[in-house]
Design a protein around this ligand. Structure first.
Ligand SMILES: NC(=O)C1=CN([C@@H]2O[C@H](COP(=O)(O)OP(=O)(O)OC[C@H]3O[C@@H](n4cnc5c(N)ncnc54)[C@H](O)[C@@H]3O)[C@@H](O)[C@H]2O)[C@@H](O)CC1
Ligand SMILES: [K+]
Length: 513
């Protein structure tokens, strides 16, 4: 599902008006009627007080239309207009008049006015600012926003929580409405998925307001939301006359004394994702545990007992997963340098291999093009430097990925894969997956898909989806706290099966938890 910039949404708005031969007022009516239908189907006429806080732009206009429909259906409403500017939009004014015609007199709030009393049992509709916000609201408007947040009433935000920008980071966190629920028009917004701004939308939902399909389909979007609908077409069915060689040979290089488990997890995940063969390359201390824990995997041992010291093997792997549990000893750093100097096989690089590379940036040029890097936030910072906010992080990460022609994964609640100037935002997964070894499992899964012939970008995005889905299915059985990396592996098969389950799923249309 595409994610659009504010500019693209305004363009879609315009082309809808032209191609569907409607007025902007009719489009607003359509959007706000959807808001009303949503609310009405849940409230069923309940005598709860609904406070509508409206701005003076089109977001406020939506609020005005909603107020009219609510009043026509007998709801108990209070309409408050936050008059933060003289430049009121035409459609706002039109709908203000329509309210007045129905003898509804809004309460106009200016800089020095007393704020209305809100009970915690009331409902607030937040239609102060939408995607048109272009600077931090004035201090008195921030006070109004704080008043809403402090009321403890349920807040329903129209389009986005007021105070958030669509394409940049907010400057003052007090200036943002903390929405319990957001009804967003037509398409999800990037801010829902970034850690700094996502916290303001507890839940979000998309209302399809029928914007021009042709225009939306033709738009070149930077970010895409990845759910089942996006990954399912990529799935490669197994051929009847295939054999294990058809599905590639993955080599997992890593491990050190005390960290052999990481390689076991990655290798196990790799096998469960469908890699035809898996070989682990580990220090000798790991030989027995590895062979015992995972009889399906083959093992090549380093000459060093406790760490990887000299990477030598006589197999021809399809892909190599590198760095899990490998440590950062100088000996291992030297081995990594030697290995990278001659290696031509695509890599999936994780954990301490990333840390070693961060300390030796000259190694970056030796990584084969379109290899995959899977840093967690600290590792990412070591690679690309620090950032001011999530938007700068994305820009820096995109530039890094372009510079070295690498696929860069930004792990988080919504893991984002960056490549070639584009970003793929994952929708599966849950906080139970923030657990030891979860990343090793992901590395094994990405490696396993590349082994089977998925191109590196699709393999990465698909594996991240499946990894999250495995975690979501696992958590239903064991709960958040008891979810371990091994449990995630146990559910990889179910995550594959779930791709073909049409009743359930984790499409991006679903509400967030
Ligand atoms: N584009 C679409 O598809 C549709 C948009 N609609 C609504 O229209 C909204 C966008 O409306 P607008 O573009 O009028 O913008 P907003 O209603 O978000 O903001 C109002 C205006 O205030 C001004 N402003 C920005 N920051 C300010 C600040 N800090 N202090 C004072 N004034 C400030 C700007 O001129 C801005 O246009 C959407 O979020 C949505 O709710 C809907 O009516 C349905 C159709
Ligand atoms: K809003």
């Amino acid at each position: 599902m595409k994610i659009f910039t504010a500019q693209q949404i305004y363009e879609a708005d315009k082309s809808t008006i032209v191609n569907q031969q409607i007025t902007s007022d009719e489009l607003m009516e359509r959007a706000a009627t959807q808001l009303f239908t949503w609310l009405h189907s849940r409230l069923q006429g309940a005598p709860v007080k609904i406070h509508l806080f409206c701005g003076i732009g089109n977001n406020g206009g939506d609020g005005m239309v909603l107020a009219r429909h609510l009043q026509e259906h007998g709801y108990l409403i209070g309409v408050h207009v936050v008059t933060y500017s003289e430049k009121r939009s035409q459609d706002f004014l039109l709908n203000l008049d329509r309210l007045k015609e129905r003898k509804i007199w809004p309460n106009f709030i200016g800089p020095n006015d007393e704020l209305p009393k809100i009970d915690k049992e009331d409902i607030i509709v937040d239609a102060i600012f939408g995607i048109g916000l272009n600077r931090t609201p004035d201090d008195w408007v921030i006070k109004v926003i704080q008043h809403l947040n402090n009321s403890r009433a349920f807040i329903l935000s129209v389009d986005i929580p007021s105070g958030l920008f669509v394409d940049k980071a907010p400057k003052n966190e007090d200036s943002i409405v903390r929405a319990n629920h957001v009804l967003s028009f037509q398409a999800p917004k990037l801010i829902f998925f970034l850690p700094q701004t996502g916290i303001y939308s507890n839940q979000w939902e998309i209302l399809d307001i029928g914007l021009d399909r042709d225009y939306l389909n033709s738009v070149d979007n930077v970010y895409e939301l990845i759910g089942k609908n996006e990954v399912l077409p990529w799935y490669k069915p197994r051929e009847k006359f295939s054999h294990k060689g058809t599905y590639g040979h993955s080599l997992i290089i890593g491990g050190s004394y005390g960290k052999i488990g990481a390689v076991i997890l990655a290798s196990d995940a790799c096998l469960n994702t469908g890699s035809g063969l898996v070989t682990a390359y580990i220090p000798t201390c790991g030989y027995i545990p590895m062979q015992t824990a995972l009889p399906e995997a083959m093992v090549i041992t380093d000459t060093n007992e406790k760490m990887v010291s000299d990477i030598q093997f006589d197999i021809t792997p399809t892909v190599i997963g590198l760095g899990i549990g490998i440590g950062q000893d100088n000996i291992t750093t030297g081995a990594l340098k030697e290995f990278l100097r001659t290696n031509k096989t695509p890599l999936v690089i994780d954990a301490d291999a990333l840390n070693i590379i961060s300390k030796n940036k000259e190694f970056l040029k030796m990584i084969p093009a379109q290899s995959v890097l899977t840093p967690h936030p600290k590792e990412l910072e070591r690679l690309i430097g620090s950032w001011q906010d999530d938007f700068e992080k994305l820009d820096k990460a995109k530039a890094f990925s372009k510079q070295y022609d690498l696929i860069l994964v930004i792990k988080g609640a919504h893991t984002i894969t960056l490549y070639n100037g584009k970003g793929y935002i994952n929708t599966t997964g849950n906080p139970g997956m923030a657990t030891a070894g979860s990343g090793d499992v992901l590395t094994g899964m990405i490696t396993g898909l590349i082994a089977q012939g998925y191109d590196s970008l699709r393999a990465t995005v698909f594996a991240i989806y499946l990894h999250g889905r495995s975690g979501d299915l696992a958590v239903e059985q064991c709960g958040y706290q008891a979810l371990t990396a091994s449990e995630i592996i146990d559910f990889i098969g179910d995550a594959f099966l779930d791709l073909f389950n049409v009743q359930e799923g984790s499409g991006p249309q679903e509400e967030m938890e």
